[in-house]
Design a binder for this molecule. Structure first.
Ligand SMILES: NC(=O)c1ccc[n+]([C@@H]2O[C@H](COP(=O)([O-])OP(=O)(O)OC[C@H]3O[C@@H](n4cnc5c(N)ncnc54)[C@H](OP(=O)(O)O)[C@@H]3O)[C@@H](O)[C@H]2O)c1
Length: 277
């Protein structure tokens, strides 16, 4: 497994997304993922799958002969839980469901303008200091909010988890993350199934003996971005990890970059009419 380093964190370069994976499917997906080599699992209180993630982790650690310390587990606190007391409760419940004493990364899932950012960040950073989170970060933060968060946080923020795939232009916020030393975790890296059906990605893939999905993921990892594709299918789990044995040329990277003119955003914010990077 390759890693991305950011503000003191060493993050496995691809993770497993788990949103919408439920019950036994979720447990088995996490177990299989660990067995085929994943060392990074993404969940959230909001996904209502933390108990299953915990069970999958325990099974996977046993089956793959891996130590807990070698798996990077991320969870998130939802936007209606960002006030101090709610934040504490949410994190405690997440750890309880996961049956873990710590997560590797704790994220603010979405900003909430109704709660002072300083209040949320104080509790986020406290979770790092008291050992319940090895690292802390944010998700869905725009450039100005990210700059404010970095100033307010008493601990280093290590990632901004945002929507990134070949069909979206995120240049401004990607540049801000780089300047501030944060990694970028790409959610919906396959644009929820749009990437696997794209002709240009398919043509480029053919030249490398890879699928369009693998080209989309390679495009991200080659930029140091950490994709967290979601699937429960064993063949796709393995395929999504097999993107470290080839390189896209500068011309191929540029051709894929042009797809961002599509302007496709598959996730809409829960609180605002539109996005601004
Ligand atoms: N922070 C946030 O606000 C936020 C928001 C959205 C998502 N996320 C995180 O990001 C993760 C990924 O995003 P997502 O689940 O929305 O979308 P995604 O990973 O872009 O797309 C998932 C879709 O891609 C398909 N797929 C996966 N691997 C494939 C392959 N090798 N070939 C062909 N198709 C493939 C899956 O098909 P199958 O169903 O056939 O497996 C599924 O339909 C989430 O699960 C979650 O952990 C975070």
């Amino acid at each position: 497994m390759n890693f991305v380093e950011a503000n003191g964190a060493k993050i496995p370069a691809i993770g497993l997304g788990t949103m919408t994976l439920m019950d036994a499917v979720c447990v088995e997906a996490v177990e299989t993922a660990l067995c085929v080599g994943y060392r990074h699992i993404d969940t959230a209180e909001r996904y209502r799958d933390e108990s299953e993630i915990g069970e999958g982790l325990r099974r996977g650690l046993r089956a793959a002969h891996v130590e807990r310390e070698d798996v990077f587990v991320t969870t998130k606190v939802w936007r209606d839980q960002l006030a101090a007391a709610d934040f504490e409760r949410s994190l405690d419940q997440s750890l309880k469901k996961l049956e873990l004493s710590w997560v590797d990364l704790l994220l603010v899932h979405w900003p909430n303008p109704k709660v002072p950012l300083k209040e949320t960040l104080d509790f986020l950073c406290k979770a790092k200091r008291d050992g319940r989170a090895k690292h802390v970060g944010v998700a869905n933060f725009t450039t100005p909010l990210l700059q404010e968060a970095v100033k307010l946080a008493s601990e280093p923020l290590v990632t901004n988890q945002i929507e990134v795939h070949p069909f979206i232009a995120q240049d401004k916020v990607l540049a801000a993350c780089r300047t501030l030393g944060l990694s970028v975790t790409a959610y919906c890296p396959l644009a929820r199934g749009k990437a696997p059906g794209n002709d240009i990605l398919a043509r480029i893939g053919k030249a490398h003996g890879k699928t369009p999905a693998q080209i989309a993921l390679r495009y991200l990892v080659q930029q140091g971005i950490i994709p967290i594709p979601r699937t429960a299918k064993p063949d796709q789990l393995a395929a999504n990890l097999a993107v470290f044995d080839f390189n896209l040329s500068d011309a191929e990277m540029a051709e894929i970059a042009r797809l961002k003119q599509t302007g496709l955003r598959v996730v809409n914010p829960p609180h605002a009419p539109r996005w601004d990077n």
